[in-house]
Design a protein around this ligand. Sequence first.
Ligand code: SAH
Ligand code: DHB
Ligand code: MG
Length: 227
Amino acid sequence: MPKRPAQDTYSAVDAFVEATLFAAPDEALAATVAATAAARMPEIQVSAPQARLLEILCRAVNARRILEFGTLGGYSTIAMARTLPPDGLLTTLEFDPDHAEVAWENIEAAGLADMVDLRVGAALETLPLLASEGAGNFDFVFIDADKLNTPAYFAWALDHTRPGGLIFADNVIRDGAIVDPEADEAAAAQRTFHEYLAEEPRVTATTIQTVGSKGYDGFTLAAVLAG
Ligand code: SAH
Ligand code: DHB
Ligand code: MG
């Protein structure tokens, strides 16, 4: 019987993918990882292969308006903002002012300050302000902040994303916690999120389980349907 692969293999495969597909040095992303670690922030940014998936999805929808929940050190922010055309804008929402400060330094160093609008505060408090400013018509939304609020962030995102746009929610599986009745509230919120999606006629959505350097997890990807 072949041995069932485990974390060491998942990490080795991600290392292989990075060494082959991402062999060219990416100074902005490498500097962002280093600055995030140096600031002793949680090192929970998307992996390099996951960042590339976000980049590909942004390109696929010709994203000109991107919304991100959860900036951390700006790693996923930079990966996505780099796909924008000159008149594009990525709005990113971050609760922790210390994270936001580190992120802004990384975004500036990456030469993306003109393309990124970083808003500090709890996302649920920032969203009404964005709405009052007329924000919307997003092409791509990346939901990656506090997991308890994923359903609420998705609901807002759906009302502000154009038909044909995509909404991506990270960390919905968490080692299978989504199907563990004893799991915490964040996992329960992912169940609620799926029950809500099942009743939402404005999207078609799927959830994909993943393994990699960040362990066993997964994401939900939803396409906003026309009219
Ligand atoms: N998207 C980042 C990782 C984000 S980690 C990347 O892949 O590079 C999650 C971030 O969400 C943390 O920085 C955390 O401070 C932030 N966060 C937590 N609660 C939040 C809230 N209520 N509103 C906005 N951001 C929040
Ligand atoms: C956590 C958050 C994330 O966005 C992630 O990708 C992994 C872990 C966390 O809060 O532990
Ligand atoms: Mg995440």
